[in-house]
Design a protein around this ligand. Structure first.
Ligand SMILES: Nc1ncnc2c1ncn2[C@@H]1O[C@H](COP(=O)(O)OP(=O)(O)OP(=O)(O)O)[C@@H](O)[C@H]1O
Ligand SMILES: CC(C)(CO)[C@@H](O)C(=O)NCCC(=O)O
Length: 399
């Protein structure tokens, strides 16, 4: 990654006009969402016959940085002048002598001073759960092909009926996991959570495998076999199922169970097997807790977001199978293409004008942005997923 060059966006060295930027500064990753108007668009939004503004066409950009490398993020914002509400939103985030941007996540508090000091920007804080719900509701209603199921390696997009969206359970798997029962726009309750989440996978995985990046750890899991470390029901039952209680011989009886009985050292295990067991253990656990919470409130639909997922097939498969297994097929696990950007999108929507209703996603075809951010080397991510460094065509209409 280059730190000192001016970032170019859309391969165009002319400064693009950015009218809004919003941030979600999490425990592991910083997510950015910003809108740039299409080059060649008039200064003022086009008007229809009766003089009502038809809006501004442009692109919604998605980018992410590791929170530990926040200085790269500051440099990116500064080099691209992302905080200067040019064009459509002249005054929006440049009021008088105070510049501000909407920010959510714990880092909006933690790094508030840093933004002030380095960029002279005030972070206008938006509640993390409000933003997650706002982002999820918006995507589920406005974006085509946003939610999909994943079973037996098959991804299937789900048609969302706007009149039958609520209630649902939103499970956001970031560093930690939040489970939110959503009943409508702005109507929700954080009903549960678990500290065993994405940070656990990455943290424990790093210690146990010496992997240097999250992507490397995820990549390793492809080649691994969890049976080398997990104790299966068959290991305990002499190769047989425990059919009386519905446990097949291949069901995991105890995650990492073999590590105690084998009398082996860490070095005797393959890093790829460790990675696979870990990913499976954590995904399974989240799937199970999610199901239990769905059951608690009689919810049939569970949407999973957060960057732990990364469109990764094994992760999604494990979560989906866990939900299917425990609910006996009653509850459905669904995943979101913009998985990790829900909070940032929610913060983006929280700018007062133009209002939330006035962002229209025209097209869901991700186009690359030539900005060098967190590298996405994971080859298993679903094609077309928005993993950062992409943009989508959309319009903003005045309220
Ligand atoms: N390039 C990456 N570097 C680090 N973690 C990554 C990366 N890509 C995916 N992850 C996973 O995504 C998780 C972070 O997800 P996300 O950005 O949704 O949460 P967060 O906002 O940082 O966390 P929290 O909401 O708990 O503060 C990490 O814990 C890790 O499991
Ligand atoms: C603390 C937050 C909300 C920060 O995003 C997240 O990391 C989380 O939901 N952690 C799980 C905390 C718990 O409910 O046990």
């Amino acid at each position: 990654m280059e730190h000192n060059r001016e970032f170019e966006i859309d391969g165009n060295s002319n400064p693009i006009q950015i009218s809004r930027l919003a941030l979600d500064i999490g425990g592991s990753l910083i997510k950015l969402v910003y809108f740039s108007r299409n080059s060649g668009d008039d200064e003022d939004p086009p008007k229809d016959k009766v003089g009502v503004s038809n809006g501004v066409n442009g692109r919604l950009h998605f980018a992410k940085f590791e929170t530990a490398k926040i200085n790269d993020c500051l440099e990116f914002i500064s080099a691209n002048k992302l905080f200067l509400g040019g064009g459509f939103q002249h005054q929006e985030n440049c009021t008088n002598d105070r510049r501000f941007i909407k920010a959510t996540g714990g880092g909006a508090y933690k790094f508030s001073e840093l933004f002030k000091e380095k960029l002279d920007i005030s972070l206008e804080k938006e509640d993390e759960m409000d933003c997650l719900v706002m982002g999820a509701n918006f995507l589920l209603k406005a974006a085509n092909q946003e939610a999909f199921t994943y079973l037996n390696g098959q991804k299937e997009f789900v048609q969302i009926d706007h009149n039958d969206l609520y209630p649902y359970l939103l499970v956001n798997i970031g560093s930690g996991v939040s489970m939110i029962k959503v009943d409508g726009d702005g109507k929700y309750e954080r009903v549960s959570g678990t500290s065993v989440g994405g940070g656990t996978f990455w943290g424990l995985g790093k210690l146990l495998t010496k992997c240097q990046s999250f992507d490397e750890l995820l990549e390793l899991s492809h080649q691994g076999n969890n049976r080398a470390i997990d104790t299966l029901v068959g290991d305990i039952y002499g190769g047989m199922d425990y059919s009386k209680v519905g446990l097949s011989s291949t069901t995991i009886a105890s995650s990492f169970g073999k590590a105690i009985s084998d009398n082996k050292e860490l070095e005797d295990y393959k890093p790829e097997d460790i990675s696979r067991s870990l990913l499976r253990m954590i995904s399974n656990n989240i799937g199970q807790i999610s199901y239990l919470n769905a059951l608690r409130f009689g919810l049939k639909r569970i949407f999973f977001g957060g960057f732990f997922i990364r469109g990764h097939s094994y992760t999604m498969d494990t979560i989906a199978v866990a939900v299917h297994f425990w609910s006996k097929g009653e509850a459905k696990a669904m995943f979101l293409r913009h998985e990790g950007f829900l909070g940032a999108l929610g913060a983006f929507m929280s700018y007062e004008s133009p209002s939330l209703d006035n962002l229209v996603v025209n097209q869901m075809v991700p186009l690359p942005v030539n900005a060098s951010l967190v590298t996405d080397t994971n080859s298993d991510t679903l094609k077309g997923d928005l993993n950062g460094t992409e943009s989508i065509q959309c319009s903003i209409y005045r309220a």
